[in-house]
Design a protein around this ligand. Structure first.
Ligand code: CA
Ligand code: CA
Ligand code: CA
Ligand code: CA
Length: 636
C-alpha cells in the first residue's frame, strides 16, 4: 500500500482568523449547520462564522433541518428511516438520535446547553430576567459605569457587570474588543436562574490580551455564550466551579507562555458543559538538538500531575484543532466527550525540515497521576483524525488511553500518523489501560508513519505494555467489539507485550475487504469532515455483522432490573447527558437506562422489558444484530 499524501496545513492558520468574519466555512460545514445563540442574529459568533453545529462530528444530525443530506457526509444512500432512540424522528432531522428527549417536536429546556428542539439554537427564549448592557464604544449611547446599564445608557466596562449581576440576570455585550476579564463576583442559583454573559444580537465581541479572559473561581450556574477569546494569556480557566455553561464561544491562540494549558477545567470543577465552541492553536517546540520537547495543550480537564476530581463535565458539539502536546486532556472521571472534531496535523514550527519545519501531535489523551486511577469517561461520536508528528517522538496516535473503564464508541479515527487509538501501561502503573470498552468505532487509514519505521505503530489500534517486565502491569480485559478496521497500514490491531487472549475481542471487521462505506472517494482534508461518509451502504457486509455487547445473567418478566455479564459497556449518562438506550436480542422494544450499579453489573431501566437469562444486550439496532462501525443502518 502506498504512503498517503498527507496534507500539511501551512496556510490554515491564516484561514482561521479570517473565519471570524465568515470565511472559515469548512469548520462550520464540518460541524453541520450554523448555530445561533438566543436567536442572536446573523453576523456574530454563532452565525456564519464556523462555530460547530449540532452534528459536529457525529454526522447524525440535520444539515439544515430538512430530510435531505441526512448524514452530514453528503451521502444519500442510507436507506430508510433510522430512529435509534425510537422517538418518531429519523436521524436526518433528529439532532440527537441517542436521546428521545431531543427532537424537533421537543420543548426547549432552558439552561442545559443543549438544543433540545433541534432548531439550531441553544436555550433560546430563556433569558427572561433583568438585562444590562456593556457597550464600551458607545454604539447605543454614551457609556457610563455610573448609569443604569440600559441599551441607550450602557455601562462601559465588564468589571461593572462582574460586580453587579445577580442570579437570573443577563449582560448583553455590544460589539468591540475588550481587554478585560469575565470574572463574576456572584453565582447563579440553578439552570434556569443563571448569570449570563452574551454578545448582543449576534454582534462581534472579542476578549483579548488579559492574563485571564474568562475566569471562574468558586462559581456556579454561569453561562457565557457567543463571545470570541483570542490571544489571552489564558483563555478559559474554570476552577472549583460547577454547572457552568460555555456555549458557542471561540477560544483561539492563547499567548501563554507561562501556562501549559490554553484553557482548563480543574480543581474539582464538576458538571460544567462546553458545547458548540471552537478551541484552537496553542503549543510550541522547545529545547535543542537531542532534547526537543512538545509543549502546551488546548484544553485540559483535571490535573495530569495530581489527583483532581474534575468529574461529570461535558464537552460536546465542538471543533478542536492544533495543540502542541495534545489538544484535549482528560485527567478525571465520568466526563463525556461527544460529537466533537479533533485534528492535529503538522502546524507549528519545529526542527523537522523533512516535513516542512512543522510538527503536530496527538489529538486526545486520557491519563492520570493516580495509580490505577481515573475511570469511566465516555468518548463517543467524535472525529479524531490527523494526529501528527511531534517534536520529541517520531509519531503520535489519535487517542491515547492510559486509564481504565472508559467507553470509546462510535468514533471515527482516520489519517492518524500512528495508530488511531493507543492503549498503554507504563512502569509506575499510573498508566494502565486495562478494562476499557472500545466498540463500534471506525479505524481508517491510520499508521502510515511519516518518519518512524516501527511496525507496532503502523496499525489501526495498538495495545502496548512498553516493557515486558514485572514492574509493568499486564494489560487485560480490554473489550474490542464491532469496530471496522479498513486500510490501516499493517494490521487492524497490534498487541505489544500484551496478550490478545487476555482481552475480549469479538465481531470486528479486521481488514477483510471493502466494508461498504457510503463514500471513501475524495482527498482527505483535516478541515473538511464531509469528504468521507462512514455510514454503511444497504448491501454492506458489515450490516448485521456485529455482535451483542454483553448478555443477561438474570431473567426478567416485565422488569426494570437487568443483570448482565458486564455493565461497563453502557453509560448512565455520567450525570451530564441521558443514559443509554438498550435493546435485547430478538426484540424490537427498547428501554432507556436510568441507573447502573457497575459493581453488581445491574442496570435499572426506565421502562420494563422481559427477557431470558443469556439473552444478548446491545444498544438499539435494526435487523437481526447490531452492525459494525459507527452508524447502525436500517438496510431493509
Ligand atoms: Ca430519533
Ligand atoms: Ca433550540
Ligand atoms: Ca436547551
Ligand atoms: Ca443491524
Amino acid at each position: 500500500m502506498t504512503k498517503p499524501g498527507r496534507i500539511l496545513s501551512v496556510a490554515i492558520a491564516s484561514l482561521f482568523l479570517a473565519g471570524c468574519t465568515g470565511s472559515v466555512g469548512k469548520q462550520g460545514d464540518a460541524g453541520g449547520d450554523d448555530v445561533e445563540v438566543y436567536d442572536a442574529g446573523d453576523d456574530g459568533i454563532g452565525g456564519d462564522d464556523g462555530v460547530s453545529g449540532d452534528d459536529g462530528g457525529g454526522g447524525d444530525a440535520p444539515e439544515d433541518g430538512t430530510a435531505q443530506d441526512a448524514d452530514g457526509g453528503g451521502g444519500t444512500d442510507e436507506g430508510p428511516c433510522v430512529d435509534i432512540d425510537n422517538d418518531g424522528h429519523c436521524r436526518d432531522v433528529d439532532c440527537d438520535d441517542h436521546n428521545a428527549a431531543v427532537n424537533p417536536a421537543a420543548d426547549e429546556v432552558c439552561g442545559n446547553a443543549i438544543d433540545d428542539n433541534c432548531d439550531g439554537s441553544v436555550d433560546e427564549g430563556c433569558l427572561t430576567g433583568d438585562a444590562y448592557y456593556v457597550d464600551k464604544d458607545g454604539i447605543g449611547g454614551t457609556c457610563s459605569d455610573g448609569g443604569p446599564g440600559t441599551i441607550d445608557q450602557p455601562w462601559c466596562s465588564i468589571d461593572k457587570a462582574n460586580s453587579t449581576l445577580q442570579a437570573g440576570e443577563t449582560v448583553y455585550i455590544r460589539a468591540g474588543t475588550y481587554q478585560e476579564t469575565i470574572r463574576p463576583d456572584n453565582s447563579g442559583s440553578s439552570d434556569t436562574t443563571r448569570i449570563t454573559y452574551t454578545n448582543y444580537n449576534g454582534e462581534n465581541v472579542t476578549f483579548t490580551q488579559s492574563v485571564y479572559c474568562l475566569r471562574l473561581i468558586d462559581k456556579s450556574y454561569l453561562t457565557v455564550t457567543g463571545i470570541k477569546f483570542y490571544n489571552c494569556e489564558r483563555n478559559l480557566y474554570i476552577q472549583n466551579s460547577h454547572h457552568n455553561n460555555i456555549v458557542s464561544c471561540e477560544f483561539d491562540t492563547p499567548m501563554g507562555p507561562s501556562t501549559w494549558a490554553g484553557s482548563r477545567v480543574y480543581d474539582g470543577s464538576t458538571y460544567n458543559r462546553i458545547t458548540h465552541c471552537i478551541f484552537s492553536r496553542y503549543g510550541n517546540e522547545s529545547g535543542s538538538a537531542g532534547a526537543w520537547d512538545d509543549n502546551g495543550c488546548i484544553l485540559d480537564i483535571g490535573n495530569d500531575n495530581s489527583v483532581d476530581t474534575s468529574d461529570h463535565n461535558l464537552v460536546a458539539n465542538s471543533t478542536f484543532f492544533h495543540g502542541g502536546h495534545h489538544i484535549l486532556g482528560v485527567y478525571a472521571n465520568y466526563n463525556v466527550v461527544r460529537n466533537n472534531t479533533f485534528h492535529n496535523e503538522e502546524w507549528y514550527e519545529c526542527h523537522r525540515p523533512e516535513i516542512g519545519d512543522l510538527c503536530g501531535d496527538r489529538d486526545v489523551i486520557l491519563n492520570t497521576s493516580d495509580p490505577d486511577g481515573n475511570i469511566r469517561n465516555v468518548i463517543e461520536d467524535n472525529f479524531i483524525v490527523f494526529a501528527g508528528v511531534p517534536p520529541d517522538q517520531v509519531s503520535s496516535a489519535g487517542l491515547s488511553v492510559r486509564t481504565q473503564y472508559n467507553i470509546v464508541r462510535r468514533n471515527v479515527f482516520y489519517f492518524c500518523d500512528s495508530s488511531g487509538v493507543a492503549l498503554s501501561v507504563d512502569g509506575s502503573n499510573h498508566n494502565d489501560a486495562s478494562n476499557n470498552y472500545i466498540y463500534n468505532n471506525v479505524f481508517y487509514h491510520n499508521g502510515y508513519l511519516l518518519l518512524d519505521d516501527w511496525d507496532p505503530r503502523k496499525n489501526g489500534l495498538m495495545l502496548a505494555r512498553w516493557v515486558d517486565d514485572a514492574g509493568h502491569n499486564s494489560m487485560t480485559n480490554v473489550a474490542i467489539k464491532n469496530n471496522i478496521f479498513h486500510e490501516n497500514n499493517l494490521h487492524a490491531i497490534y498487541y505489544y507485550y500484551v496478550d490478545e487472549a487476555e482481552q475480549v475481542v469479538a465481531d470486528n471487521w479486521e481488514e477483510q475487504g471493502d466494508p461498504g462505506f457510503v463514500d471513501l472517494t475524495g482527498q482527505a482534508d483535516p478541515f473538511d469532515f464531509t469528504v468521507f461518509d462512514f455510514h454503511l451502504m444497504p448491501n454492506s457486509p458489515c450490516v448485521d455483522n456485529g455482535g451483542f455487547l454483553t448478555s443477561a445473567t438474570n431473567s426478567g418478566d416485565n422488569s426494570t432490573s437487568l443483570q448482565v455479564e458486564d455493565a461497563g459497556y453502557f453509560s448512565d449518562g455520567r450525570g451530564v447527558v441521558a443514559g443509554d438506550i438498550i435493546q435485547m436480542e430478538g426484540q424490537t422494544a427498547t428501554a432507556a437506562i436510568s441507573a447502573i450499579d457497575y459493581g453488581a453489573n445491574t442496570i435499572t431501566l426506565q421502562t420494563p422489558l422481559s427477557w431470558q437469562a443469556g439473552t444478548g444486550v446491545s444498544l438499539p439496532y435494526f435487523g437481526d444484530k447490531p452492525d459494525q462501525g459507527a452508524h447502525e443502518s436500517n438496510g431493509d
